[in-house]
Design a protein around this ligand. Structure first.
Ligand code: ES4
Ligand code: ZN
Length: 326
């Protein structure tokens, strides 16, 4: 209908996207073959059939298996370019993408191979289409803070290519405060900071991300809605929430899209945005996320435009670039 058409046509940003989560089964098998790596699943259909998750960990187990075929710079380039090509076709004008260096370092893939491949694709997309970007390295929270510090040390020669740091993977049992010192070190280096919080974890983890880490935004943040004081704090600090509707549905953070709280977030005055998280695993890219919200919630035109605008104001673009995109 008309709103879906509008959502497709409007310029959009992606602020919450794991590049390893854009690995489509067809490309995964092609790169596996090229690199002579064995996948546990033996066909595209068998792999796709496994994409049924009841929680975050179910998904993460498959996500780490999938990324295990990425070995060389060109693999990271091809993965990123395929994603950026799709996003250009969906009128996405700016992307801020996460990568998980520890998920590759543990397999002997050097930091340089990862970051150079991803960054070269981002530069090519900027050159070809004027698509702007930020690159965010994410620490795996199920690993130790010491491992995060080691990763930061390996990243140091590449800091000109990296804009910020994030915190992802298994949330419950791994609160933000576990990474207090490494995030302080990142800030000292001038990096922007975000963290997944309140996806499965309690409001307390969102408080920690804000008060102890001092995040510049919050990834997900759904469970912040359980705490009125926390809602006020997020508003006071003008923190953007990078909300991921189809992800929330696939990982059972919401039971049905009709129950998705994004309208509630907007009505509370929270700066919510729409993002795709791990689109190859969750059943859709940017436009699919908007279409699903439009069809399943009674979101209106003003809310739609506000979500897209929040994606620009909540991004880490400089002010001049924001003005250019607004
Ligand atoms: C993730 Cl949806 C989600 N949550 C936490 N960590 C992640 N890594 C990749 N996708
Ligand atoms: Zn995520």
């Amino acid at each position: 209908d008309a709103l879906v058409a509008l959502s497709k046509a409007m310029p959009k940003t992606e602020l919450h996207l794991h590049i390893e989560g854009t690995f489509e089964p067809e490309q995964m098998f092609a790169i596996a073959q090229r690199n002579q790596v064995d996948l546990k699943y033996h066909s595209v259909d068998a792999l796709k059939a496994a994409y049924q998750f009841t929680n975050l960990q179910d998904f993460l187990d498959l996500y780490y298996q999938g990324m295990s075929v990425l070995l060389h710079e060109v693999d990271f380039y091809d993965l990123t370019m395929a994603y950026l090509h799709k996003m250009h076709s969906e009128n996405v004008v700016h992307v801020e993408i996460f990568f998980d260096p520890q998920g590759h370092l543990s397999r002997g893939v050097a930091f340089a191979e990862q970051v150079n491949g991803i960054h070269r694709a981002l530069q090519d997309a900027k050159q070809q289409w004027g698509m702007t970007f930020k690159l965010i390295m994410s620490f795996l929270r199920h690993l130790s803070e010491e491992s995060a510090f080691e990763t930061l040390e390996l990243a140091k020669p590449f800091l000109p290519l990296i804009d910020g740091v994030g915190l992802d993977s298994s949330e419950v049992g791994h609160p933000p405060e576990k990474f207090l010192r490494v995030f302080a070190a990142c800030k000292q280096l001038g990096l922007k900071v975000t963290a997944h919080a309140g996806e499965e974890g309690p409001p307390e983890y969102v408080w920690q991300a804000i008060e102890q880490i001092g995040v510049d935004r919050i990834d997900h943040g759904n469970r912040a809605l359980e705490d009125d004081k926390l809602i006020e704090e997020i508003k006071k600090r003008n923190l953007t929430l990078t909300v991921c509707p189809l992800s929330n549905l696939k990982l059972c953070v919401v039971t049905d899209m009709t129950e998705h709280p994004i309208k509630k977030m907007l009505s509370l005055g929270l700066q919510a945005t729409v993002n795709s998280d791990d689109p190859a695993y969750f059943g859709g890219y940017m436009n699919d996320n908007y279409a699903s919200l439009i069809r399943q919630t009674n979101i209106n035109k003003e809310e739609l435009l506000k979500l897209a605008k929040n994606g620009i104001t909540g991004s880490w673009m400089d002010e001049e670039t924001k003005t250019h995109h607004l």
